[in-house]
Design a protein around this ligand. Structure first.
Ligand SMILES: Cc1cc2nc3c(=O)[nH]c(=O)nc-3n(C[C@H](O)[C@H](O)[C@H](O)COP(=O)(O)OP(=O)(O)OC[C@H]3O[C@@H](n4cnc5c(N)ncnc54)[C@H](O)[C@@H]3O)c2cc1C
Length: 375
């Protein structure tokens, strides 16, 4: 039996599940992909905004990268300010290479581009279909699905991919632990749409004592403000008057990951396997990277290597994101004073700027071996 004839069920049609489906379909498989929701994330709930160069590289064979480049906005400046004064600025184009270090595009758009590509391969997600349970052995999982009309379907896929997000039913049913902690702080975000175009090419972090407000472009007329301060809207410097709040959310940040990303023929990818803060914009990118590696390894008949190959990258990104989150959320006046004094000095050291940019671009994880010119 050829590899392409193995039956594959993907639970979850978020960015991770869709990327897995596109990459599998591109390689000649016909995966089934199900999702409990009625469709992709609404366009106003932008969630993940940053698509890094590694993701663009991974999505280049399917040409999804081309459409992301057309629809998104290249970030060409990172500014950090404190007390109203500029601390330092970084130019991401210094990373060089085939793709911009980071491109801004709302998650709902990215998911729609992946969906469009998937339909070129004649694979459509089965919406309003819930993975209810996983039983049997992990080598031959037995899955029960439930549809919106209450009907059930039982199936025994050769491979089950849990790309069903932070509360993953696959992870729970298959008995994976998900150890980690939650930060004490809550994060607050607000997306404002303005009546005229705004500068969609820069990201700015304003540090307060304590707290921070981040400004990230969502599109040509919409900006995301994200903060640890409940009253952060009073700190926003709107680029033009007349902004309208189009989406707001509050969330607590967890740092958790599984210890292994597979058991038998059950594989976890994306938020189902690891969750962390949005600092560094790695969440969705890491999930897409998992998905592309898993599709490649399945096509090579080497899927049992997946966990061993991905876990070091996941642990490294979580550690780095934790450090970055701590840096922007620190409270103690001595610590914030030291950070504000040393950061502009350290940033002038070329090796440090390069390390930061490699991380922004996602180039600090192993390059995809199946793509020439991956960096
Ligand atoms: C408010 C908010 C803001 C965020 N901001 C950022 C950001 O700025 N940058 C960043 O990188 N990341 C951010 N993230 C995280 C980012 O959105 C996730 O990392 C990304 O969505 C992970 O994609 P995923 O496909 O793995 O999981 P998800 O997007 O969660 O997709 C999982 C899918 O599985 C489906 N599903 C769940 N259970 C079942 C089931 N039992 N059966 C069938 N289907 C099921 C869900 O309906 C969903 O469509 C944010 C998240 C939130 C909530």
């Amino acid at each position: 039996m050829g590899a392409g004839h193995r039956s594959i069920l993907i639970a979850g049609a978020g960015a991770t599940g869709l990327a897995a489906a596109v990459e599998l379909a591109r390689r000649g498989f016909r995966p089934r992909i199900i999702d409990s929701d009625a469709g992709p994330v609404p366009l106003t709930e932008s969630r993940a905004l940053g698509i890094n160069a590694r993701t663009l590289t991974l999505l280049s064979p399917s040409r999804v990268a081309d459409t992301i480049l057309q629809e998104g906005h290249r970030i060409d400046r990172f500014r950090v300010r404190s007390g109203g004064k500029g601390l330092f600025e970084i130019d991401p184009s210094k990373i060089g290479g085939r793709f911009p270090a980071i491109q801004a595009l709302a998650q709902g758009h990215t998911e729609r581009l992946l969906l469009g590509k998937l339909s070129d391969y004649e694979v459509e997600p089965e919406w309003q279909t819930v993975l209810e349970s996983v039983s049997g052995t992990m080598d031959k999982p037995h899955v029960t699905l439930r549809r919106a009309d209450g009907s059930r379907e039982e199936l025994d896929p050769d491979i089950l991919i849990g790309a069903d997000g932070a509360h993953s039913a696959v992870r729970k049913a298959a008995g994976f632990d998900f150890p980690g902690d939650a930060l004490e702080e809550s994060f607050h975000l607000a997306d404002y749409r303005y009546p005229q175009p705004i500068d969609a090419h820069y990201v700015e972090i304003s540090l307060f004592n304590p707290g921070m407000v981040g400004r990230i472009p969502v599109s040509r007329d919409t900006v995301r403000y994200i903060s640890t301060l409940p009253d952060f809207e009073s700190h926003i410097e709107h680029p033009v008057p007349g902004g309208e709040l189009v989406w707001a959310a509050n969330f607590r940040i967890h740092f958790r990951h599984v210890e292994r990303m597979s058991k038998g023929n059950v594989f976890l990818a994306g938020d189902a396997a690891h969750i962390h803060s949005p600092a560094g914009a790695r969440g969705m990118n890491l999930g897409i990277e998992d998905a592309c590696w898993l599709a490649y390894l399945i096509s090579e008949g080497r899927e049992q290597d997946y966990s061993g190959l991905r876990m070091p990258a996941v642990k490294m990104v979580l550690k780095q994101t934790y450090g970055l989150t701590r840096l922007v959320t620190m409270h103690h006046p001595v610590a914030t004073g030291l950070r504000n004094f040393f950061a502009p000095l350290l940033i002038r050291i070329p090796g440090i700027t390069r390390r930061i940019l490699r991380s922004v671009a996602g180039y600090d994880t192993p390059p995809p071996v199946w793509i020439d010119d991956a960096q």
